[in-house]
Write a protein that binds this ligand. Structure first.
Ligand SMILES: NC(=O)C1=CN([C@@H]2O[C@H](COP(=O)(O)OP(=O)(O)OC[C@H]3O[C@@H](n4cnc5c(N)ncnc54)[C@H](OP(=O)(O)O)[C@@H]3O)[C@@H](O)[C@H]2O)C=CC1
Length: 275
């Protein structure tokens, strides 16, 4: 397995290094997830919105069959697309569990704050009690969205907030809030979709370690303590993005990279949407 585990606030240990599966051509998804597992990834990030829960699940099941690794050795995350309230969410969770074919989902997130957050959260809690999901969290939630949830005294506190994070997007307010509440951060679009490659400081650090800019961005996020979800459907990049555990960025380099922040969002940013 590539990288360490991160202990979540519910005691579960989640692989910190993960494979992001958004926007993979459907014909390539099975092969890409399989290649990631072969390269040592043990956490796959999917979502209802990606229409690939079935492809991700099939790749995991095939890999288990081919290698003998057990279901509990792979962490599978998915996300609720439509926060349509309690009853609809219960049904939607069942569809996701069925679609992946893995028996249960390790981590299930509210994909965004849009919709009935409180009703949908109650359904997620119930699915944990029923053993369909092991851990629950949120994505694209700002502090005010999380605080509203906490003010309603949920049975289960979110264990993860998945947001856009990379050297050019530090989201320090959301990060600091989550850290004070014991909520782990998961970094999506960790490569900013490649849109910031070419930055001088990034290139300088990459040259020093004989690594790519992508590897430096991933390593930076790992050292920040985040779950990191790089996506690629190119086999050589899938493997290369995982080659980040044989060097360590210095304090000064971490500082330099952190200072590249320019609140640059390469994707949507529902964190700032009103309650
Ligand atoms: N919760 C949410 O709202 C969101 C969650 N996510 C999650 O985060 C994951 C990652 O984010 P994503 O949006 O995919 O963006 P990333 O920042 O991971 O960038 C992916 C892009 O970078 C390219 N790339 C990957 N590795 C390299 C490399 N080593 N060198 C050069 N280019 C590279 C890929 O191309 P190629 O595939 O051709 O190699 C692809 O075009 C998603 O897949 C998804 O799981 C993402 C967005 C929103």
């Amino acid at each position: 397995m590539l990288g360490p585990f991160l202990k979540l606030n519910n005691g579960l240990k989640c692989p910190q290094f993960a494979y992001g599966s958004y926007m993979i051509n459907r014909s390539k998804c099975f092969d890409s997830v399989y290649a990631a597992l072969q390269a040592g990834y043990r956490h796959v990030d999917s979502a209802q919105m990606y229409f690939n829960e079935g492809d991700c699940g099939r790749a995991i099941l095939q890999f288990m069959k081919d290698t003998g690794i057990k279901r509990e050795e792979v962490w599978y995350t998915s996300k609720l697309n439509n926060l349509a309230g309690y009853s609809a969410t219960l049904k939607s969770i069942d569809s996701s569990v069925k679609a992946c074919g893995l028996g249960y989902i390790d981590l299930f997130l509210l994909h965004s704050p849009y919709g009935d957050r409180l009703g949908s959260w109650k359904a997620l809690e119930e699915a944990v009690e029923a053993g369909k999901i092991r851990a629950i969290g949120v994505s694209n939630f700002g502090p005010h969205h999380i605080q509203q949830l906490l003010d309603h005294h949920p049975k289960i506190v979110p264990c993860v907030n998945q947001i856009e994070l990379h050297p050019f997007c530090s989201q320090s307010k959301v990060v600091e809030y989550c850290q004070t509440k014991g909520i782990a951060l998961a970094a999506y679009a960790p490569l900013a979709h490649g849109e910031k490659f070419g930055n001088k400081q990034l290139i300088g650090i990459a040259n020093k370690y004989n690594k790519t800019e992508a590897q430096i961005m991933i390593r930076f996020l790992l050292q920040r303590g985040y779950i990191v979800l790089p996506k690629s459907s190119t086999p050589a990049r899938i493997k290369g993005n995982g080659e980040v555990f044989d060097f360590e960025l210095s304090k000064d380099e971490m500082h330099t990279l952190y200072n590249l922040d320019e609140d640059y969002h390469s994707d949507w940013n529902p964190c700032v949407s009103p309650l």
